[in-house]
Design a protein around this ligand. Sequence first.
Ligand SMILES: Cc1cc2nc3c(=O)[nH]c(=O)nc-3n(C[C@H](O)[C@H](O)[C@H](O)COP(=O)(O)O)c2cc1C
Length: 322
Amino acid sequence: MTIKRFIYRNMVLIKYFMYDFNRFRKWSSAVSGENTQEKMRARLILLIHSVEKGLSLEDVRLGFGFKNINMLIDFVKKYYVLYGYDYVVKMALDVLGAYLQYHNKQNHEVDGIQQLYDECLLQIKEFKSSNDTGVISVVKDEMYRDSMIDFRAFCQSRYSVRQFTDQKVPDDLITDAVSIAQKTPSVCNRQSSKVYVISDPDKISQVIKIQSGARSFGEKVNKLIITASDLSSFVSYAERNQSWIDGGMFSMSLVYALHSKGLGTCCLNWCKDNCVDKELRRSISISETDNIVMVIAVGFPKESFVVAKSPRKKIDEILFFD
Ligand SMILES: Cc1cc2nc3c(=O)[nH]c(=O)nc-3n(C[C@H](O)[C@H](O)[C@H](O)COP(=O)(O)O)c2cc1C
């Protein structure tokens, strides 16, 4: 490679990284702090999760998370003043209630927390405890009762489908699949994933054209899904790549969920130049704070059709036991 080409490639790579850098800097709270409702919600969920996680351990350390508990109480009050009562406030108060209940049962008083919690309840009058945040008890046999499907066969039966019928995909099938995908794990349960569904044929053609990897079969696509990950969910520098990880995991669950509903899917890459990313954002209504993770073509598969073989690598090329 010539020096000129080498320098050019490095410059382009920096340009791409700078695009992601600026988006992360602007829309996550790593640099700017919690200056929007979504960012505050993410911080709250992070704190809530630290408490529910502490309560879920085999040996719960009495008085654990004192600093986080204080921060959570402080933060939920601030949030309530700014944005009022909603499900995150409820989650926070429920988990604080669970924390106190646990310690009361152990006859352990955590310095001043009960008083701070009571003050909180006086301020947030809408709250009604439902004990649905904290921990749940799981019986192993019950947990595995519903997992005993042939998962290998299920996975092997999914293909990237590029041949669809004209049958319309009902919205409720998509809603159902998305609600299944919501069970996907995410960092500290922050659930950054979002799903944008495009049904209008003209809009579908427009996005297919911009995406460019489905031009040969795009006209048969009945619904186009865009999975995205909200950068407001991320709070620290170290989380700079987390939107792609959480978004990727969510997208995989969604593809499997759609497959389980009898729908064919084809993931379509969003490995795009910065200007193409901006072009899509101009064409569809998507929050500025969202990273686009991928596009998914959806439709009912034909009665019989052909798929690419896409053979997999040998397992010893990717699996290493120490
Ligand atoms: C993130 C991602 C992006 C993809 N982008 C495209 C694409 O732009 N066009 C396309 O026809 N297939 C695309 N695919 C499908 C892959 O080619 C396909 O998943 C792979 O060959 C494995 O085949 P299978 O899905 O049938 O198992 C994409 C898949 C993923 C996961």
